[in-house]
Structure formats: structure tokens, C-alpha cells
Design a protein. Structure first.
Lengths: 555, 244
């Protein structure tokens, strides 16, 4: 019996209860053993009569379609399922099938409901699931926050137990320090800083036959990829899954203040039925990618319904869509062979601004090294064709203005891109500005080509260029706000959307455009509208109350 | 006809027990009269009680039962809400050997305050009524219980019962045959089998913990046998039955 209580105490939500409470819960448990490939609960089948906890083995959450099985997630030891069905007493939203032989603990429905009634902590844990939130929202219209992973930032997750070592140390000293502090990585205080992990000690020291006196600087990874403390946990997770590494140093300013591991996050994630990154990793076919994009859209849509902040969501959705683009580019590189020279995949417009909440048109381009060898143009044409095609298949409509990497105009060596920007800034014609404003929101999504150091200075020079700023302001103001300032709704007067508001065009464009304008004026390199407004308060002609006002409006 | 049946039952009862069946406590009568689950039933449809006892030694003639732990399996699920544990007072608590205390951890003074064996046996029989007994290394536990029942009520422990050590032995043997690997473990102790099955091992030498480990081991074994086509109670008994 103690063994069951000990196990339960290690997993949320039981870990938040007292040992006495957990022991009592253990006394009500049932235990069942399933062979591989057996359904435990069935999508649209009868409501679940138990809360299930995986004690040993793993299960798949899946849905069956006429064209196959879509695996949504895989749950392992310590993970919990069937509660959405249990809470609502509705048919399960997915089938749960054993992946291998599985030992499960079962908490009967009556006990589960009684625990929710009597233990607020227990109830709150299950109430924070997205599904519950949405169903609550449908019933009560008062949900106001997104699930943890979409709300939590790295600062909430890092445990400040950064272990660091001097660059003069040997790998043996690093190993001793790691074992002493029971951590799986150590920060090397070199300049720039580096990181040595368990895996490095195995792969780069032991397997490579190096002596234990080898300096840490020889086997460390440096420079390291870092994320600021205010990044979303979700973003860190996607990044780590993409790059296949398990440790992410977290920075405040330019100081590394903590380390977040893959398992820290997954432990966090196991509380939430949000399975997007792992689903992408598993995707193989065009249908899988489409399913992934659908899933992102659906999740984001429901979070929006549940009252999540639009700015957070835009960030989340962009991260999720970026992950898709990166995956598609990697697949394309795998079919076409390695790129002949460095390149960068660029996102423009709402995606560049981290504001792409729902699937909008593709706005992308490609820059490659100015000294590209011959044949590079053909290679990148094929690459763009494949990726844009796959994005189309995943449900991202083509850009009506043809701002896509398949368009040769937007698939150019970096020096051509630089000349584009210079031209737009030096000879700002209004009709061109209207068309190209979105380019100022560019953001490199993938690729090793360093774009920022070439293009950003050009844009930054716009700061002094009052003619350019003035033209941009005029272009922005020419677009009317949907509220004919402020109360009357202005509906579209023509076309298919007659009597409807095109919120994308009318609602946010003005705010977005003006934020861009102020950012250019302030020389701010950020592309997100809200961030721009925040950054620009002190350095441009925007007043603090104005920034606040707009910030509210763009939400 | 009905009187004929009654007569036949009394003849059987007298064979079982020189005392008249009617003279026995109702609990014991019910235990003896309960029907045995049909052999054609799928294994999950049979009710089981998994049992473990702690004793002061290995010889039922001299040693006594100190504690009984049991947990039910219903519909293929271990029911922790239907677990049971009781210590029993040995005839002479002061004579429980120190060596055995080191194993089961039951102190002489705890045992001295425990209820005597007879009411504990009655409780046990009421729990076993109509259920199939599952024990690990049945030889020892069954001998002790059988002897206790004969002594207190002059009845025998009823079968059929299942021995997880026997089932484990058969499964290990089959695996050796399949893999052609003669080096595979032959150890059929509870701990070893549980570890091979990758099921959690509960702290040992507590009657309830051992019963719980045995119960989970049994689920694992029955699931394995089911995959090999041995999916009925009858087939399970042919692999690991005892106490016919």
C-alpha cells in the first residue's frame, strides 16, 4: 500500500495533497493490467467510469478516421487520462489504446467526484485543463486565462540552481560537480559561456576516448542558444524538440540566470493535454502536417474563446507554425540534399510580427548568401516550391500579393534584399509603401544565414529619414478604422463580405501600422506590435498613455 | 427427490467431517456450499481472493499463523477497497522465534494483543466464499490454512486454487523453449517474478503487501496466458491450479 502512495505522491495533482489524503485515495484504487493494442476507452464510446493513472508502460491517445489512425499523444508512467470524459460524463474525446503491456491504477468515478468536491487543490488541478476551461466557458462565459503552458513563462519554471564551473576546470571536475549537485548539466564560465551536459560527457569524452583531465572548454557547447526569462515555456519546448537538445539556459538581459531542462517542461506539460510539438515530431505525411496545422488552429481558436490574451496566443501560434515550417524545410533539405550555401527563410507580415493567430495567408521569402555558387538559384527555387506547396497542402492559403518564396522576386541573394530595403527607404512612394510595409516586419524563421546584421541597419537608418516616416504615417492613416471614430461600426460595403467587418484589415491594421511607424522612428528592432509599443514609449513621439491605449485596443 | 439430495449432502458432509455439517458455524457451511465458478468462464469473469500469510516458521505442525493479508480481484481488477489484513494471536506469543521476527517484523506484544485464530479464520472463510484462492507458493500457505481449518472446524480448505509460482514457472519454461535460451532465470520467488514482469514490488514480508504484489503478478500472468490462447478459467487451472 505504501508503494502506491509513494508513487502517487510523485505525480500531480496527488503531489500537492497531504500523505494522509493520498493514502486514503490509494485505498480506493483499483489495479488493472492490459495487453498491448487494447482499447481502454473509446472515442465517442461510453463515458469513462474511472480516472486512469499509468503505473507502468505507455498508452496512445488517438482518433480513428476512415483514412487511418491519428495519434494525438503518447502517455507514459505517471500520466493521467480520461478525466475530460469523467468530468463532463460525456463520451471520450479520443480513444486510449495500450502501446505495450500496461499496468494502470483506476480511481472510480464516485471517488474522483467526491475528491473534487472536498479537496479544492484536487479540483483546481483538473479545472486547469484546456478542455474543462472551454466547456466551463461555454457554460459560464467567464473563463479568463489560458492553460499553464500557454501562460507560463520560463521565469516561472526555472529552479535557480545554476551550477557553474571555471573554464580552467577538467571534465572530471565537471562530472564531480554535477554528481555532487545532482544536475545533468553545468555552465562553463567562459566568454561566451558554454554548457556541458551528461550527454557530452558520454559522447564527447568517454566515447571519444578522451582523458578525464581534458579541459571542459574542449567538450562544451559554446556559444549556447538561450531564451529570455519572459519567453513562453511552450516556445522553449518547441525549440528544444526541434534542435533535439535537453538543456536551455535562460537569460535575464545578457546574464544566464538558470537552466531549464526538457524534463522540467515535460513534467509541466503532463499536466496539460497539449500535445502539439510531439505530434509534429511524429508527423510523416502531408495529411499529418495538415492535421498538425488544424490542431494548432483549433487549439488557438479554443484558447481565444477561453479568453486567452491575443498577444500571448499570437506568439504561441507563431511558434507552433514556425515549428511546422522548420520541419518542412528540413524535410526539403533531406530530399534535395544540403543547401549549396547558407540561407534564411523569412516570415513577413502577421507571422513576422508573432501575431498570426489563425491560419492566414502565407507571407514568406528566402534570402541566400550573396556569394552563392552557380546552381544555388535552382536549388532554392526547388526548395521554395516544395515548402510552399506543403504549406498550401497544410491549409495555409497563398498570398494574394504573391509575397512567397516561390516568387523569384522574393527569393534573392541577401545583397539584393538589402538593395530592396534601401530603395524603399530612399525613394518612398506611397503605393509602394502600402505594398511593402509588411516587409519591415520580417523575421528569420530558419537557416544559418545571418540576415539581421545586414538588413536591420538599413531599416534603422529610417529613423533619421523623416520623409520616409512621414509617408509611412500617411499610408497608415489612409486606412480607416472600422469604428467611425469610435462608436459606429463601419461595415464593408462591397464584395462577399458586405455588411461584415474585415477585422484583419480594418480592426488591427491601423494599430499595427502605427506601431511599426513608431518602432522605425525609435530604431526598435522588435517586430511584435505590443512589444513595439512598449519599447517605443520613451524613444519616439508616442506618449505613454497613447501606448497603453493602443495596447489595450490591439488586444 | 429433495430428501434424496439432502441425504446425499449429509453423506458427503459426514465424509468431509465426522461432525454434522449443520453443527458448523453458518459461515463455514456457506463456504463449503458455495458453487465453484464454471471452467468455461473467461478468466476475468471469475472472482478471486489473493492471499498471503506470515508464519512463525515453515512447519505447520509446530509453527503458527501470525498474520493474514488478502485482496480481491473482481472483473480482472485488483480492488484495493476490498483488502483485508489481520494479525492472529499464536498459542504462545512468547515463543515466537526472534529469527522469524526479523523477517516478518511482527512484535511479540503486538501478537499477544491480536485476536485468536478462530474468529480470524471465520472472517477469512466468509471472504473466500464462492471465490477462487490465489496464492504464491501455495504449498506452504495452503498447508498452514488447511491444518488450521481441520483443527478448528474439522473441514478442509477448498479448491480449486491457483499458485502464481507454478504459473510463473510454466511461463518461464515456455519462454526458455521459445527463445532457446537456457540461461534465462528459473527463479520463481515472488520478488523475482514481479521484477521480470516489471510490476512494482511492494515491501516484502508484510502479508498485505505480498498479497498485493501477488495480485498484480497474477493479472500479468493471466494476461500473458490469455494472449497464448489460454483465456478461460479451466485453462488457467490447468497451468497453475492446485488443491483440486
Amino acid at each position: 500500500m505504501e508503494e502506491i502512495a509513494r508513487f502517487l505522491l510523485g505525480i500531480p495533482p496527488f503531489s500537492q495533497l497531504s500523505p494522509e489524503q493520498v493514502e486514503q485515495i490509494g485505498n480506493e484504487m483499483q489495479i488493472e493490467y492490459f495487453p498491448a493494442g487494447e482499447n481502454i476507452i473509446v472515442h465517442h464510446g461510453p463515458p469513462s467510469a474511472y480516472l486512469y493513472i499509468v503505473r507502468q508502460g505507455s498508452v496512445d491517445l488517438l482518433r480513428e478516421h476512415e483514412h487511418g489512425v491519428q495519434i494525438l499523444d503518447t502517455l507514459g508512467e505517471g500520466e493521467i487520462f480520461a478525466y475530460p470524459s469523467l468530468i463532463r460524463n460525456k463520451p471520450p474525446i479520443a480513444t486510449v489504446r495500450t502501446r505495450e503491456e500496461v499496468l494502470l491504477y483506476l480511481l472510480p468515478a464516485a471517488t474522483f467526484h467526491q475528491l473534487r468536491r472536498t479537496i479544492p487543490l484536487f479540483n483546481r488541478f483538473f479545472a486547469t485543463s484546456a478542455i474543462e476551461r472551454i466547456s466551463q466557458r461555454l457554460q459560464a462565459h467567464d473563463a479568463n486565462a489560458a492553460p499553464e503552458l500557454f501562460r507560463m513563462r520560463l521565469r516561472d519554471l526555472i529552479r535557480y540552481r545554476l551550477v557553474s564551473i571555471s573554464p580552467d576546470a577538467s571534465v572530471r571536475e565537471a562530472a564531480m560537480l554535477m554528481s555532487q549537485h545532482d544536475v545533468s548539466s553545468v555552465l562553463v564560465e567562459s566568454d561566451p559561456p558554454g554548457i556541458v551536459t551528461d550527454r557530452d560527457l558520454r559522447n564527447r569524452v568517454l566515447a571519444a576516448g578522451l582523458s578525464d583531465a581534458t579541459p571542459v572548454t574542449r567538450v562544451m557547447t559554446s556559444p549556447v542558444l538561450t531564451l529570455p526569462t519572459d519567453s513562453l515555456v511552450f516556445e522553449a519546448l518547441v525549440t528544444m524538440l526541434q534542435r533535439k537538445f535537453h538543456h536551455m539556459p535562460v537569460v535575464e538581459g545578457d546574464r544566464i540566470v538558470g537552466m531549464v531542462t526538457h524534463s522540467d517542461i515535460l513534467r509541466q506539460q503532463s499536466k496539460n493535454p497539449l500535445f502539439l510539438p510531439r505530434q509534429l515530431q511524429r508527423a510523416r505525411t502531408a495529411d499529418d502536417f495538415r492535421a498538425y496545422a488544424d490542431q494548432v488552429t483549433a487549439t488557438v481558436g479554443s484558447l481565444l474563446d477561453a479568453g486567452a490574451r491575443v498577444n500571448d496566443l499570437g506568439h504561441v501560434a507563431s511558434v507552433a507554425y514556425d515549428a511546422l515550417v522548420v520541419r518542412l524545410l528540413q524535410d526539403a533539405e533531406a530530399t534535395l540534399g544540403p543547401p549549396p550555401c547558407p540561407y534564411a527563410w523569412l516570415a513577413f507580415g502577421s507571422e513576422g510580427r508573432y501575431e498570426q493567430v489563425l491560419r492566414t495567408d502565407q507571407d514568406n521569402g528566402l534570402a541566400y548568401a550573396s556569394d552563392a555558387p552557380s546552381g544555388a538559384a535552382e536549388y532554392f527555387a526547388a526548395l521554395a516550391e516544395q515548402v510552399v506547396g506543403a504549406l498550401l497542402a497544410s491549409g495555409f492559403p497563398p498570398c494574394p500579393g504573391k509575397v512567397m518564396a516561390t516568387n523569384p522576386e522574393w527569393r534573392q541573394p541577401l545583397d539584393v534584399w538589402k538593395s530592396y530595403f534601401e530603395q524603399w527607404m530612399s525613394m518612398p512612394r506611397e503605393h509602394t509603401l502600402l505594398r511593402v510595409a509588411a516587409f519591415f516586419d520580417y523575421r528569420p524563421v530558419y537557416g544559418s544565414l545571418e540576415v539581421e546584421s545586414v538588413l536591420r541597419p538599413v531599416i534603422r537608418r529610417g529613423r533619421e529619414n523623416r520623409v520616409f516616416l512621414g509617408r509611412l504615417a500617411r499610408v497608415a492613416l489612409r486606412q480607416h478604422a472600422p469604428l467611425s471614430f469610435f462608436r459606429q461600426l463601419v461595415l464593408e460595403r462591397s464584395g462577399e463580405t458586405r455588411d461584415l467587418i474585415d477585422l484583419k484589415v480594418r480592426g488591427t491594421t491601423l494599430v499595427v501600422d502605427l506601431a511599426r511607424l513608431f518602432a522605425l522612428e525609435a530604431g526598435c528592432p522588435r517586430t511584435n506590435t505590443v512589444t513595439r509599443l512598449h519599447h517605443c514609449v520613451e524613444q519616439s513621439s508616442l506618449s505613454p498613455s497613447g501606448a497603453d491605449d493602443w495596447w489595450q485596443r490591439s488586444n | 427427490m429433495r430428501s434424496l439430495v439432502r441425504w446425499w449432502r449429509s453423506v458427503v458432509a459426514r465424509l468431509v467431517d465426522p461432525r454434522r455439517l449443520e453443527d458448523l458455524p453458518v459461515v463455514v457451511q456457506d463456504y463449503l456450499n458455495a458453487p465453484v465458478p464454471a471452467g468455461r468462464l473467461p478468466w476475468r469473469d471469475v472472482p478471486y481472493t489473493v492471499l498471503d500469510i506470515e508464519t512463525s516458521g515453515l512447519d505447520p505442525r509446530w509453527d503458527s499463523i501470525l498474520a493474514i493479508g488478502a485482496v480481491d480481484i473482481e472483473g480482472g481488477r485488483v480492488r484495493l477497497d476490498r483488502r483485508w489484513y489481520s494479525m492472529t494471536r499464536p498459542p504462545e506469543p512468547s515463543k515466537v522465534a526472534a529469527a522469524s521476527i526479523r523477517i516478518h517484523g511482527l512484535l511479540r506484544q503486538e501478537l499477544a494483543q491480536a485476536p485468536p485464530l478462530e474468529p480470524v479464520l471465520l472472517e477469512l472463510l466468509s471472504r473466500l466464499q464462492g471465490r477462487v484462492l490465489v496464492v504464491h507458493m501455495a504449498a506452504i500457505d495452503v498447508k498452514f490454512l488447511d491444518r488450521a481449518l481441520r483443527k478448528h472446524f474439522r473441514v478442509r480448505l477448498r479448491g480449486p486454487a491457483l499458485d502464481t509460482a507454478r504459473i510463473g514457472g510454466v511461463l518461464l519454461h515456455n519462454e526458455r523453449m521459445m527463445s532457446g535460451d537456457d540461461e534465462r532465470p528459473r527463479d520463481t520467488t515472488l520478488r523475482s517474478l514481479a521484477k521480470q514482469a516489471k510490476i512494482p514490488v511492494h515491501p516484502q514480508h508484510n502479508a498485505l503487501s505480498d498479497a498485493l504484489t501477488t495480485a498484480q503478478l497474477f493479472l500479468y500472468q493471466a494476461t500473458r496466458l490469455q494472449k497464448q490462447g489460454k483465456d478461460t478459467f479451466h485453462k488457467l487451472l490447468r497451468v497453475g491450479g492446485c488443491l483440486k
